[in-house]
Design a protein around this ligand. Structure first.
Ligand code: HEM
Length: 415
């Protein structure tokens, strides 16, 4: 174990710059699981517990009565959150049952397996248009040319935002999540990204209100016309939903596709298997989500004294559930550190567990599947320029590359 990993296991800090190296977080998680499966760190705020084993993470995620979402789910959280906000600023993520249930039930139909499946032809068209933009060059910077635009355009489509303005909505999310706690989500100074995230959400609310007069089949029209407790949604509620949908849908999927393509290039045999048998791609998607979960971990607040895995916790304590570590737990998975492209069953926690389990999981899976199918069909011999690969300076909340240069045999456009 190298010195930085040892240090990070002893005093865990997911926002330490040394954490942000290729695959480094997983070395730290292995150390935690082996040496101290329920650890404590004072790195942020007044300290927090760290859960690295699958059973402990699952136990907490499934018990919203004891472990609340009403405070921030990031560590550190937003400034001045000694008490949870009276009106939730992130809906439904920042709510607990029973209040949570009505909101989640209301949104579920827009994110059903059927909706995701129906979106696949449109997703395929977007991916192919993006690939057409660079395929004759024999090289590309995949982050800018495919990984960032694809999920952003699809998110705009589902929400009902102008697709050609995807940069205005997605860039603030990338900036906010990649900036780390000194940036926008952790209570640091007001950064440009925090301001533009608020602006993006403000525009979404304005569009939702306009759609009241002219509703279409998209989420913003729904927000403009829906009712809760027998009355229309107010602006704060709409903004709360928009914040979570925008923040949840963009960077996660971008990173998941990027890491999968990089790791496939590092495993030529696995890649060839998927090229020869594309029917395996849906299982492979699950396996790459397990191995390199985009969301590393999310937090809960303890509401009443409780015991987790033999560790007493008290009201007011904070707990970080490391989804990414749980997904490599040898007590849950055989050969946990190997990519087994046809692993089944695969009960990974990349989308979380319990009431807050990712509402966008079906859409994310469909996007990942389509991106892999089309990249492997059209650029089957792509190679990653490892020297040009870049991680952002902070991967403590979300892991994924911000530069992915590739080369491949050039080919013709399809459209
Ligand atoms: C690979 C891509 C994705 C990953 C890894 C991911 C991961 C997660 C995780 C771990 C949670 C649980 C949060 C918690 O328990 O505190 C979650 C919740 C959520 N996700 Fe995703 N997500 C992805 C894609 C998406 C997409 C495409 C959307 C929207 C279009 C989305 C929207 C949401 C929302 C709204 C929630 C909150 C659900 C609730 O509180 O009930 N996610 N996601």
């Amino acid at each position: 174990m190298d010195q930085d990993v040892d240090r990070l296991v002893t005093r865990f800090d997911h926002h330490d710059p040394a954490f942000a190296r290729d695959n480094r977080p997983w070395d730290v998680y292995a150390g935690l699981r082996e040496r101290c499966p329920i650890a404590y760190s004072d790195a942020w705020e007044d300290g927090f517990y760290i859960l690295s084993k699958y059973a402990d993470v699952a136990r907490v995620a499934k018990d919203p009565g004891t472990f609340s979402n009403r405070w921030s789910v990031t560590l550190p959280g937003l400034p001045g959150q000694e008490e949870p906000p009276e009106v939730s600023l992130s809906i439904p993520l920042g709510m607990d049952p029973p209040e949570f249930n009505e909101w989640r039930r209301m949104l579920n139909p827009y994110f059903s397996p059927q909706k995701a499946e129906a979106g696949i032809p449109g997703m395929r068209q977007v991916v192919n248009e993006l690939i057409d933009g660079f395929i004759d060059r024999g090289s590309a910077e995949l982050y800018d040319e495919l990984l960032a635009p694809f999920p952003a355009i699809i998110t705009c489509r589902i929400l009902g935002l102008p697709e050609n303005e995807w940069h205005d909505f997605a860039d603030p999310v990338h900036e906010a999540l990649q900036a780390g706690p000194e940036g926008s989500y952790g209570g640091g100074p007001q950064t440009p990204s925090r301001v533009s995230m608020m602006e993006a959400v403000g525009r979404m609310v304005a569009i939702a209100q306009e759609r009241r007069a002219d509703p279409r089949d998209d989420v913003l029209s729904f927000l403009g016309t829906a009712e809760v407790h027998g009355r229309p949604l107010n602006e704060i509620e709409m903004a709360g939903i928009c914040t979570v949908l925008l923040g949840g849908g963009v960077d996660t999927t971008t990173n998941a596709i990027g890491v999968t393509l990089v790791e496939l290039a590092r495993r030529p045999e696995a890649r060839q298997r998927l090229i020869d048998d594309p029917a395996l791609i849906p299982l492979a998607v699950e396996e790459f989500l397990r191995m390199w979960s985009p969301f590393q971990g999310l937090a809960r607040r303890v509401m009443t004294d409780v015991d987790v895995g033999g560790c007493p916790m008290h009201e007011g304590d904070k707990v970080l559930m490391l989804w990414a570590s749980a997904n490599r737990d040898p007590d849950e998975f055989d050969r946990p550190d190997d990519v087994v492209v046809d692993r089944s069953p695969n009960r990974h926690l990349a989308f979380g567990l319990g009431p807050h389990r990712c509402i966008g999981a079906h859409i994310a899976r469909a996007e990942m599947r389509v991106a892999l199918e089309e990249v492997l069909r059209r650029l089957p011999d792509y190679e990653v320029d490892e020297a040009g690969l870049q991680l952002p300076p902070d991967v403590g909340l979300i892991y994924g590359y911000s530069r992915v240069p590739v080369t491949f045999s050039p080919a013709g456009r399809e459209s």
